[in-house]
Ligand binder design. Structure first.
Ligand code: G6P
Length: 619
C-alpha cells in the first residue's frame, strides 16, 4: 500500500528510482512522484496522476539529474488520486520533500494547529501535514533535520514509513518507520563507493545489493553519501542495525515471457510448492519436519485452541487450514478476520496458539491482531511469504512459504503455498499429539508429496480455458458453490473473479444456496460448482440439479473421468483424484485460470486491478 524508493550514492538516482517504482507498483498505482536534488542544489519534485509510466512521460523533458532522490507510488487514503495529492510533498519553504506510506490519524488537529501559525496547505493529504510539521519543528526549535523529524514523529498518532530530503543538505536522506515497512539496502557501486537504497520491500533493492537492514518501529535512520548510517529510536537511543542477506533473485521479479505476473505465478505453482515442502516432507521416512515448531512443541500439544487471523485470500486458506488441523489434531480451530478480531475484545487465553497467515507479512490488521494476541500471552505463529516481514518478526515462531515473490495483485501461488503449509503444520502437530493413526499419517504424507505433479497435470489439462472465457464476459454475476474443504475454494474462486474482472461473484456453501442465492438463478447465471468425486459428492450432485432445474449455467470442477457431473454441466474442468483435504490445492487452479482469462477477455489490467493494492499496510 504505497511504495517508497530512495537512493543516495554516486550513480544517477533517477533510473534507480523509476525502476524501483515499477517494481513497487503492485502496492498502489493511482499516482507517482519523484524528488531529486540536482548538482546545483535544486530540490525538484515531479508528480503525475496514474501509473509510473505517466511520471516517466512527464519527466522526459525535465531536469532529472542528481545522485540523491526519493520517490513514491500511491494508493490513495486521504484525498483523491490527483497530482496535487501525489507524493513527494514539499514543506512550506520548499526546502524539504517527503514521501509517506501509512496514515497519520491526528493530521486534522495538527493541520489546524499549523494553520493557526500561518502555514498554508495545498493538498488534502496527511503527508503534507507531516512534512510541514517537520519544518515547523526545524524552525521553531532551530534544530537539525534529524531532531526535527524526531520531534515531529513524537507528535503524530498513526502509522508511517517516511523518507525525507533537505535541499540544504544534499548528502543525506532521513527515513523512519512505525507500522509500515521500510528496508535499507547497503551497497557499493562499481567503483567501490558506498551507496544506500530504500524500499518499502526488497524488490527495488535486490538488483543492487543483497545486504539489507529492516528498520524497526519508531526507528529513524540517517544515511549519508560517504556510507555512514546511524539509527536511533524516538527516545534518541542509538540502535545497532542487524544486517540481513536477502534470499531472492532478480529473475523472480520478471515476467519470464508471460503476459502477466498473475499467469506466471499460476504456472509457477507446482515448482513453488515443491520448494515449499522441500526438507519438510520426508516420504522415505514418512515424516514431517517444521523447524518453526521444534522448540515450541509443548505450546502446540497443550493448546486448548488455535485461532487463525488473516485477511483476503489468506483468510480463505486459513479456513481450509482450520478444517484440516481440526480433523488431524482434534484441537478446535477458529478463523478470524484480523480486522474484526483486533477490535472486538476477543477472549484470548495464554494457552491459545494464534496463527497469522499473510503473504506480505505486512497487512496492518493482521499485524495488530498478533500484537493483541501477544499482549494476552498467547503463543503467536506466523505463516508468511515475505522473509523478514513485520508479521514474521512480530511472531514467536513461524514457517515461511518459500513460494518466491508474488507480484500479481490477485494472490495465487501464495494461496496454495499457505494451504500446503497449514497442512504441513497440521501433520506436524498431529505427529506430536499422535492424533492420526500411523497408516493415515503415511498416506497423507505420500499424497501431499504428489500434489505438485498433480497440479502440473491440472494446469496442462486446463490450458484451453482461454478459448471459452470470452463466453462469460456478458455475465454481471457469478455464483461459486462448494462443500466441506471446497467451500473456501468457492470463496476464493469468487474473490479472484471479482478482483480482476470486476464481475460480481459470490461464494457459497452449496447447501446454503437454497436459503437465498437460489433466487438469483436464471438462464443468465453462471454457477461454478466444485464437485470432486470425494466426500459428500452425492449431495453436491443434488445441489447441481437444483441449479439446473432453474436453468443456471453449470461450470463444474470434477474428478478426472467423472461422467455424471460432466453430463450435467455446460462446461467442465477436470482435476486428478486426491484426498478430500487436498482437493482445494487442485480445484483452485481452473478457477484461477477462469478468472484470469475472463479478465483478459474483458480487457482488464490483470496485474493492477483498480482500487486494489497487494499489501494493505493501512487499516
Ligand atoms: C490484499 C491483497 C490480497 C491479500 C490480502 C491479504 O487485499 O490484494 O491478495 O489476500 O491483502 O494480504 P496478506 O499479505 O496479509 O496475505
Amino acid at each position: 500500500m504505497c511504495g517508497i524508493v530512495g537512493y543516495i550514492g554516486e550513480q544517477q538516482a533517477y533510473p534507480v528510482l523509476i525502476k524501483g517504482l515499477h517494481r513497487l507498483e503492485y502496492r498502489g498505482y493511482d499516482s507517482a512522484g519523484i524528488a531529486l536534488i540536482n548538482p546545483e542544489g535544486t530540490l525538484s519534485v515531479n508528480k503525475a496522476k496514474g501509473k509510473v509510466a505517466a511520471l516517466e512521460a512527464l519527466c522526459a523533458d525535465k531536469d532529472i539529474t542528481g545522485t540523491i532522490g526519493i520517490a513514491h507510488t500511491r494508493w490513495a487514503t486521504h484525498g483523491e488520486p490527483n497530482t496535487t495529492n501525489a507524493h513527494p510533498h514539499y514543506s512550506q519553504s520548499k526546502n524539504l520533500a517527503l514521501v509517506h506510506n501509512g496514515i497519520i490519524e491526528n493530521y486534522k488537529s495538527l493541520r489546524a494547529e499549523m494553520e493557526n501559525h500561518g502555514l498554508s496547505f495545498c493538498s488534502d493529504t496527511d503527508t503534507e501535514v507531516l512534512v510541514q510539521l517537520v519544518e515547523y519543528m526545524q524552525v521553531s526549535h532551530e534544530c537539525d533535520l534529524y531532531t526535527a523529524v524526531q520531534l515531529a514523529l513524537k507528535n503524530v498518532v498513526g502509522a508511517y514509513a517516511i523518507a525525507i530530503l533537505d535541499r540544504r543538505n544534499p548528502d543525506q536522506i532521513i527515513c523512519a518507520r512505525k507500522g509500515s515497512p521500510l528496508i535499507i539496502g547497503i551497497g557499493k557501486d562499481e567503483n567501490g563507493k558506498a551507496e544506500f537504497f530504500l524500499g518499502s520491500d526488497a524488490t527495488p533493492i535486490i538488483e543492487y545489493t543483497d545486504k539489507v537492514v529492516y528498520l524497526q518501529d519508531e526507528e529513524i535512520a540517517i544515511m549519508d553519501r560517504i556510507g555512514r548510517m546511524d539509527i536511533t529510536n524516538l527516545a534518541n537511543v542509538k540502535q545497532t542495525p542487524q544486517i540481513h542477506t536477502l534470499q531472492m533473485n532478480l529473475d523472480q521479479l520478471e515476467k519470464g515471457g508471460f503476459p502477466h505476473f498473475m499467469l506466471k505465478e499460476i504456472w509457477e505453482q507446482p515448482n513453488a510448492l515443491r520448494t515449499c515442502i522441500r526438507g519438510r516432507l520426508n516420504v522415505v521416512e514418512k515424516d514431517v519436519l517444521l523447524s518453526g515448531i521444534i522448540d515450541h512443541k509443548e505450546r502446540f500439544i497443550n493448546a486448548n485452541r488455535i485461532i487463525i487471523c488473516a485477511c483476503g485470500t489468506s483468510w480463505h486458506s486459513a479456513l481450509i487450514g482450520k478444517y484440516f488441523i481440526e480433523e488431524a489434531t482434534q484441537i478446535p480451530v477458529e478463523v478470524e478476520y484480523a480486522s474484526e478480531f483486533r477490535y472486538r475484545n476477543p477472549v484470548i487465553h495464554s494457552d491459545d496458539v494464534v496463527i497469522a497467515v499473510s503473504q506480505s507479512g505486512e497487512t496492518a490488521d493482521t499485524l495488530a491482531a498478533i500484537q493483541l494476541a501477544k499482549s494476552h500471552g498467547a503463543f503467536c505463529y506466523g505463516i508468511c511469504n515475505v522473509i523478514g516481514s513485520s508479521i514474521a518478526r512480530a511472531t514467536d515462531s513461524g514457517t515461511y512459504l518459500h513460494v518466491g515473490p508474488e507480484i500479481g495483485v490477485a494472490s495465487t501461488k501464495a494461496f496454495t503455498g499457505q494451504v500446503i503449509t497449514l497442512a504441513l503444520l497440521g501433520l506436524a502437530i498431529a505427529k506430536e499429539k499422535k492424533t492420526l493413526d500411523e497408516q493415515m499419517f503415511h498416506m497423507l504424507v505420500d499424497e501431499l508429496q504428489q500434489i505438485p505433479d498433480k497440479m502440473q497435470w491440472t494446469l496442462e489439462h486446463n490450458k484451453h480455458i482461454d478459448q471459452f472465457a470470452q463466453i462469460f464476459t456478458y455475465a454481471k454475476n457469478f455464483i461459486y458453490l462448494g462443500r466441506g474443504y471446497n467451500y473456501p475454494v468457492a470463496l476464493e474462486g469468487a474473490l479472484k473473479l471479482k478482483e480482476i474482472s470486476y464481475i460480481h461473484a459470490e461464494g457459497y456453501p452449496a447447501a446454503e444456496m437454497k436459503h437465498g442465492p437460489i433466487a438469483l438463478i436464471d438462464e443468465e447465471m453462471p454457477v461454478v460448482v466444485i464437485a470432486p468425486k470425494r466426500g459428500i459428492y452425492e449431495k453436491v450432485v443434488s445441489n447441481i440439479q437444483e441449479v439446473k432445474s432453474r436453468k443456471g449455467k453449470i461450470i463444474s470442477v470434477v474428478t478426472e473421468g467423472d461422467t455424471t457431473v460432466k453430463e450435467m454441466s455446460d462446461y467442465c474442468f477436470e482435476i486428478p483424484d486426491t484426498r478430500d483435504c487436498f482437493v482445494p490445492l487442485l480445484a483452485v487452479i481452473p478457477l484461477q485460470l477462469l478468472s484470469y482469462y475472463v479478465a483478459v477477455a474483458k480487457g482488464r489490467n490483470v496485474d493492477q486491478p483498480r482500487n486494489l493494492a497487494k499489501s494493505v499496510t493501512v487499516e
